[in-house]
Write a protein that binds this ligand. Sequence first.
Ligand SMILES: Cc1cc2nc3c(=O)[nH]c(=O)nc-3n(C[C@H](O)[C@H](O)[C@H](O)COP(=O)(O)O)c2cc1C
Length: 199
Amino acid sequence: MSRLLFVKSSVFGEGGQSSKLADRLIQRWRAQTPEVEVITRDLVSQPIAHFDMTAITALSTPAADQTPVQKEIVALSDQLIAEVQDADAIIIAAPMYNFAVPSQLKAWFDQIARNGVTFRYTENGPEGLLKDKPVYILATRGGMYHDAGLDYQVPWLKLILGFVGLKNVHVIMAEGLNMSDADKSIAEAQQAIDSIVFN
Ligand SMILES: Cc1cc2nc3c(=O)[nH]c(=O)nc-3n(C[C@H](O)[C@H](O)[C@H](O)COP(=O)(O)O)c2cc1C
């Protein structure tokens, strides 16, 4: 039995290119492991609030002293982290919006990166506390950024995932989706998905 956490963040929902590529990857996984359980965290249909002082206060208040609203905030944060901890692999559908990830996906990471739970500071610097597991990123973008030094989407995703201990990151990229060669880019990404060997 394996459990996949599917995190999706395209505002186009099912029609998003990153969502479609992720669906293909999940279908391949199902073909290999029919009993796989897929937990979907849809950050657009179920948006997570921006991280703010209310959240900071809730997370730093002892459980016995929390108000009902604070308990709700902590419960959601705990649930989001548990979904990551309990997964055998994570699939992140991540379009590029304004050179970076969608704000919905940033809000999710703001909940996942929790001091003392998923990372901690040591004398030697920060240490990720999550057990490493494969993370597949389906990265889509309208333009071409590969090697242009303007990509704040994929390098940032690798940085924040590594920060919490997830270093086994695989990126499937579809670039130039608003350009003339979009079909070729999609076909190449589909081919890359079809050649993944799941362990
Ligand atoms: C709000 C918004 C901002 C975007 N910003 C960029 C950008 O900075 N660079 C880029 O190459 N494409 C940009 N795009 C195009 C998307 O990256 C492209 O359409 C991609 O396929 C979206 O993936 P999705 O279909 O999974 O949402 C933007 C699209 C939207 C809706």
